[in-house]
Ligand binder design. Structure first.
Ligand SMILES: Nc1ncnc2c1ncn2[C@@H]1O[C@H](COP(=O)(O)OP(=O)(O)OP(=O)(O)O)[C@@H](O)[C@H]1O
Length: 714
């Protein structure tokens, strides 16, 4: 009993925290302009949605709450599942202007038809949700204007059925391996225009079920059947499913408008023109009341959500997890699934749930919100709940044993057992029978689900260009980072002063200059590796989210991401060499200067390739930086400056070193007219070095691409 109480206590605490978070966010937003925890619009699960209510999330990683997860947590192997918690509330114009409405952009109003959403505990005082019919146009009463009705694409209706869904994880210990059942045969269905709420105590399996239904866990360990319009999951569904996760990732440096516009351009059907897509994004901004903050950057943290009512207007199929809805909100749900320890305690119309529990002898003894009542039941906490005579008999029969707790009430395990059994015997078979009846839907609708053809919102070139510009915009601050420019210029100046007007007239002077050239080869081989390492691990969550929704091809993303930094990669070494070259008095002719720039540029993009490959392969910054530092150091040592008489068995190492090839090329550019060998390094025609560097530029990138291809989407 104590356990049960503490669980519901936890839920209440979350609710309280949420109220505080929202209050704080609203307060902050009224006075500030940057979009932070409450002011922006989201594209999640790859789409956009307008809504009539406000949703908010209070972020919590599933891993934090769910013991027994391995690594970063998740379901099955390494699959990460995060969950969204948001609150639905009625908001006023003030809230809108302050950006409170930003959290309502989710997955579908740009025409996507299937949404899985996570909601959090909506505080009773503020939660309310109005459901709209397709014909209704929500009126912004306080602003005294009628909101423009959002134009949306015709929605493909999706009837989702799931029968006997089971899921287990294999927990590998040091000595033994145990299988743990997470879901034990869950059956239910949800139709277009309906909202199905998943409820249950923490750890009851809501997120796991949500992820399975959303096609996010393609794991052979799940059993039972999940069909969409009577068809199994297919790739074509990817772009039709919006999946709003707890810590939805967005680019913090993009503005609200940019975020929505890029999402619209990538996700809306190809038959729409760019202008029409942009217009749709603008409509969503107005619909959400985000006009005042459309040009504000999203910032670090962000809240989002969706309104079930608005989704209904779009005819979408919605599944959401929710912890503790208010009575009013609870009654707005069409269907409800109540889970307890992975078992189904109730599936059916939300409005009939109380009647069902009364029919099996469980009713509240005090006035209680239905959601609270059901969570207490699912937790096995029957303190204020009447229990059927069967259970009472059990307590009496067993005295102080298994069935009884201190105050004469059955234990949570017994309550749970009773509820599962009651559902199995009274309802389950009937529901399964209903689900076996084939749907009376058009063959065309069915075939759309079956099609394994993916529908891209834009051609490869368009995807490339959208992602290229999005990348440039997102990183515009890094791009013109004065810190980076100062770092490069300061290093260049110090080098220029140390090698001030150095000559190449005698071996000593040559030796000195060779030292400078080697440093240049090391400097421009070192930094690019370490900056490139961050590229993919940092964007992993975004990439994973957008790829799971089939927003673009990986190759388009990869090309855009690896080329959008190139202009800066050229600007910085040019600035550097302009300072060093002339201060140090290197070979004064245009050709040599130009070739030096080209050589350094080749070195940079080869080194970047290595960084990208390491980052993409390991996807873990700590491990990646460790590996990179060892590699870069090895390449530097094998670079031909520090040690000349390398033992034969290890001499091959220098051919892997971009520092070595760059150094050789720089020596050639400077001294080919003076000598055939400088400082122990032979000067030849340089083709081999160029060839090797070009091979590194391409080869490392190819490796990075392959690693990304293998990356699991979640
Ligand atoms: N990959 C996994 N390895 C081990 N245990 C797992 C794994 N995935 C889920 N579980 C366990 O399965 C149970 C159900 O997890 P799930 O996240 O689906 O619950 P939930 O109802 O969404 O919980 P919450 O409301 O706290 O987010 C938890 O006890 C969790 O620890």
């Amino acid at each position: 009993m104590e356990k049960a109480n503490s669980t519901s206590g936890l839920i209440r605490t979350k609710s309280d925290q949420l109220v505080e978070t929202i209050a704080a966010a609203l307060g902050a937003m009224r006075s500030s302009s940057p979009v932070s925890s409450g002011e922006a619009a989201a594209t999640s699960g790859g789409g956009l949605e307008s809504s009539g209510g406000l949703s908010r999330k209070s972020s919590r990683r599933l891993t934090a709450a769910s013991p027994g997860r391995s690594g970063g947590g998740g379901v099955g192997k390494n699959t990460h599942i995060r969950k969204s918690r948001s609150a639905q509330m009625k908001f006023d114009v003030d809230d809108l202007n302050s950006g409170a409405a930003l959290s309502r952009a989710s997955s579908a109003s740009l025409g996507f038809s299937f949404s899985f959403t996570g909601f959090t505990v909506p505080p009773d005082e503020i939660s309310d949700m109005k459901s709209y019919s397709d014909e209704e146009i929500p009126e912004d009463l306080e602003a005294g204007r009628q909101k423009k009705k959002l134009q949306t694409e015709p929605t493909l209706p999706i009837y989702l059925k799931f029968t006997d869904v089971t899921y287990k994880v294999v927990l590998k210990g040091i000595t033994s391996t145990v299988e743990r059942d997470i879901l034990n045969g869950i059956t239910g269905c949800v139709d277009p225009g309906e909202v199905l709420a998943l409820m249950g105590p923490s750890g009851s399996g809501k997120t796991t079920l949500l992820s399975l239904l959303g096609g996010r866990v393609r794991d052979p360990t799940h059993g039972g059947s999940i069909t969409y319009n009577d068809q199994p999951y297919s790739k074509s569904l990817k772009s039709r499913i919006g999946f709003v996760t707890q810590d939805d990732v967005l680019f913090p440096h993009l503005t609200v408008k940019e975020t929505l516009t890029y999402a619209a351009r990538l996700r809306l059907p190809r038959r729409l023109t760019k202008e029409e897509k942009d217009q749709r994004a603008t409509d969503v901004i107005y619909e959400l009341g985000l006009e005042s903050c459309q040009d504000t950057m999203i910032g670090g943290s962000f809240v989002r959500g969706v309104s079930g009512g608005e989704r209904k207007r779009a005819g979408k199929t919605v599944i959401t997890t929710i912890h503790q809805p208010s009575s009013r909100l609870f009654l707005k749900f069409d269907k409800l699934i109540l889970l307890g320890k992975g078992s189904l305690l109730y599936f059916g119309r939300a409005s009939e749930a109380m009647v069902y529990f009364a029919s099996i002898g469980c009713s509240p003894l005090i006035a209680m919100n239905p959601a609270e009542f059901m969570l207490d039941l699912a937790n096995g906490n029957v303190t204020d709940i009447s229990v059927p005579s069967e259970l009472e008999d059990k307590v009496q029969l067993m005295g102080n044993s298994r069935a009884e707790t201190k105050n004469g009430k059955p234990t949570p395990a017994v309550v749970q057992e009773y509820l599962v059994e009651a559902y199995e015997t009274k309802v389950a078979e009937n529901e399964k029978k209903k689900l076996r009846t084939p749907l009376a839907v058009d063959e065309e609708i069915k075939s759309k689900i079956c099609s394994s053809k993916r529908e891209w919102g834009a051609s490869w070139c368009e995807q490339y260009s959208i992602l290229f510009w999005r990348g440039l915009k997102e990183r515009r601050h890094d791009y013109f980072s004065w810190l980076r420019i100062t770092q490069v210029l300061a290093t260049a100046t110090i080098l220029g002063l140390l090698w001030w007007q150095s000559g190449s007239n005698n071996p000593n002077e040559l030796q000195d200059q060779a030292g400078l050239l080697f440093f240049i080869a090391v400097f421009w081989g070192f930094f690019p590796v370490f900056t490139a390492i961050f590229t993919f691990p940092q964007e992993r969550a975004m990439l994973s989210k957008e790829r799971a929704a089939d927003m673009y091809r990986l190759s388009a993303y990869f090309m855009a991401r690896t080329t959008s930094d190139l202009p800066l990669d050229l600007i910085l070494p040019v600035l550097f060499l302009l300072v060093v070259y002339f201060m140090a008095g290197l070979r004064m002719n245009v050709g040599s200067f130009f070739l030096t720039i080209v050589t350094v540029f080749l070195c940079i993009i080869a080194a970047q390739g290595l960084g990208l490959a390491i980052g993409a392969t390991l996807m873990d910054l700590k491990r990646a930086t460790t590996l990179a530092s060892v590699t870069v150091m090895t390449f530097m040592l094998a670079g031909g400056f520090f040690v000349k008489n390398v033992p034969v068995f290890i001499s091959w190492l220098r051919f892997l070193s971009f520092n070595y090839h760059t150094y050789k090329l720089l020596l050639k550019v400077q001294y080919q007219h003076i000598s055939h060998s400088i400082n122990g390094v032979k000067i030849d025609n340089g083709y081999k070095e160029i060839g090797v560097l070009v091979a590194m530029v391409i080869g490392y990138r190819f490796l990075a691409y392959l690693s990304l291809r293998r990356m699991k989407l979640h």
